[in-house]
Design a protein around this ligand. Structure first.
Ligand SMILES: [Zn+2]
Length: 133
């Protein structure tokens, strides 16, 4: 996908039509027939000349994905930010990732808790993660 959007912080990808940085509050959650906004966490993995963004509903899988990705010799940086994922039907589904400035820092108590929580909520047979009770 290509875009000429001036709000985009990086080039569009096969996943995202737009990736925007949001100053202040994220847009409200929305669940309409042709317009959905959900909240969660965006993870950026970056390396030599590239950056890949993905979205997770929950922090534990996002944190685990980021740390595992950083273990790769081709990944030099990670970023974990609170985010919103918008899908809006405009003749086709337009997917926008809205990334806030609220980050989870490596080594923080929030990160360590998320990493400890992930293994307790994942089902290895289905690869589905649910918040452990
Ligand atoms: Zn854009």
């Amino acid at each position: 996908m290509t875009t000429t959007c001036k709000q985009c912080i990086t080039q569009a990808s096969p996943v995202w039509h737009h990736i925007h940085r949001v100053e202040g509050a994220l847009p409200r959650r929305k669940s309409e027939e042709d317009w959905h906004i959900s909240h969660g966490w965006a993870v950026e993995l970056s390396g030599e000349g590239f950056a890949v963004w993905t979205f997770f509903s929950d922090l534990p899988p996002a944190a685990t994905f980021a740390i595992a990705g950083r273990s790769s010799q081709t990944i030099h940086g990670i970023d974990i930010c609170r985010a919103a994922f918008e899908v809006r039907f405009l003749g086709y589904d337009v997917r926008t990732l809205m990334v806030s400035n609220e980050r989870v820092n490596r080594g923080s108590a929030q990160m360590l808790e998320a990493l400890a929580t992930y293994p307790r909520g994942v089902d290895p047979s289905t690869v589905v993660w649910r918040q452990p009770t």
